[in-house]
Design a protein around this ligand. Structure first.
Ligand code: PLP
Length: 430
């Protein structure tokens, strides 16, 4: 028989709980602080923008958080996601390594982000929220949240960075198809947006401005809450379905990874694949190396400082202890838009600081080379963000070849690149 390359689960294998890393940290996670008093923030302070049930998850001390049946039923639209062995890539690299990838691009939104959009919409609905406001850069997060809100009958307002709104219409059209209202940010909808437009009528916008508009809308509109697609503890928590399924699928494959890899922007898809393996390392003596990959042009962990910083440009959020390039850092406009964030999730930062994970930075050239190699062997055209993980997987496979030893590599393919083909165009045509 030919070598198996797919390790499929069925609907009943969708995890029943999310894995919460917080109580397992050998050294407790530094809490978020109020910017004025420098005291740890209290739940009621966060209640202005988040519903209490999600705030409880953000601070939960429970190891396992149950996934509501309504959420599992929606997960079943695309979960369990496939785990494949990249046999053709292995052959092309002529490596003794075994390369596996977990593919999150099969979600209707095209990435892992729907894993948290659905529970966030669900818990908001439970808490009586009627409108959700958010920001989006190129639209990956906005489109997933738009669908989740549609499924639970919530009204969704998305502030989309103005240049992307005009230059990248397809995800905007996805959001509108799923019933969201999308505003180019800065917009006339908010005082902050009007102020920015008054200063510069052609302002291209930024994620920082869009966050400020979404938060202003939240605090000024009744029954409205704010929603974030990465960085926060509860977002990383929701993503752990990825790693839990991977554990089962690797068991079916009859192997255990020597190295687990994920790209890291705000840290959520990396957390999703990595945390369940971190648990095995901490509690069962596994020795898997766990590697976060960031772009060389936005290297928060590999070049940033570990300190308290704001989550946004305007300084409206609580202070979070994280690796940061500074909240005024302006990342260059690289193609992996989802990785252009100045900080890193506090949970991921803490793991790195405690030397429980590794981090590397990869330049854009190498990322696209890896993307084309992957597309040409495995078929799937990867998102530029996910291609950072592919690049590292290839480096690991080449190291195994040099050593002449087998190495089992697992990486997370966080999304497909079908709406990022202009980025491919620019790479291929100079
Ligand atoms: C948004 C996005 C990322 C980066 O966000 P994380 O929170 O770091 O996971 C990575 N890959 C894809 C496909 C994305 O859409």
């Amino acid at each position: 028989m030919s070598t198996p390359i797919r390790f499929d689960l069925t609907q009943k294998d969708i995890p029943t709980h999310w894995y919460n890393l917080l109580p397992d940290f050998p050294v407790p996670l530094p809490p978020p602080l109020h910017p004025g008093t420098k005291e740890p923030v209290t739940p009621d302070l966060m209640a202005a923008i988040f519903p209490m049930n999600l705030i409880r998850q953000e601070m939960s001390a429970e190891n396992r958080v149950p996934i509501p049946d309504e959420v599992r039923d929606i997960y079943a639209l695309w979960r369990p996601t496939p785990l494949l062995r990249a046999l053709r890539l292995e052959k092309a690299l002529d490596t003794p390594a075994h390369i596996y990838y977990k593919y999150e691009g099969v979600s209707p939104g095209g990435s892992h982000k729907l894993n948290t959009a659905v529970p966030q919409a669900y818990f908001n609905k439970q808490a009586g929220t009627r409108h959700i406001a958010t920001e989006t850069g190129a639209g990956q997060w906005g489109s997933c949240l738009a669908l989740a809100c549609k499924l639970f009958g919530l009204d969704c307002k998305v502030f989309m960075v103005r240049v992307s709104f005009h230059q990248k219409p397809y995800r905007k059209l996805m959001m509108q198809t799923w019933g969201a209202k999308v505003y180019p940010s800065p917009s006339h909808e908010t005082e902050f947006g009007r102020k920015m437009l008054h200063q510069d009528a052609d302002c291209p916008g930024s994620l920082g401005i869009a966050i400020s508009e979404a938060i202003e809308t939240t605090v000024k509109t009744p029954d409205t809450k704010y929603s974030l697609g990465s960085v926060l503890n509860h977002v990383c928590l929701h993503q752990t379905v990825i790693g839990q399924e991977s554990l089962k699928q690797m068991e079916i494959a009859g192997e255990y990874p020597d190295v687990v890899i994920g790209c890291a922007g705000g840290g959520s898809n990396f957390a999703g694949i990595a945390f369940p393996f971190v648990e095995r390392n901490l509690k069962k003596g596994a020795k898997t190396r766990i590697v976060a990959v960031e772009p060389s042009s936005c290297p928060s962990m590999t070049r940033g400082e570990y300190r308290y910083d704001f989550g946004d440009t305007g300084g409206m959020t609580p202070l979070m202890k994280m690796y940061t390039l500074g909240n005024d850092f302006m990342p260059p406009s690289i193609h992996a838009g989802g990785l252009r964030y100045h900080g890193m999730a506090p949970t991921v930062s803490h793991l790195y600081h405690e030397k429980l994970i590794e981090a590397v930075a990869v330049p854009q050239e190498e990322v696209f080379e890896a993307a084309l190699k992957f597309a040409g062997t495995e078929g799937t055209i990867p998102a530029p963000e996910s291609s950072h993980a592919i690049a590292r997987a290839i480096t690991e496979a080449e190291a195994a070849k040099k050593e002449g030893k087998k190495r089992v590599i697992l990486f997370n393919l966080s999304g497909h690149g079908m709406l990022d083909l202009t980025a491919y165009d620019e790479y291929m045509n100079g």
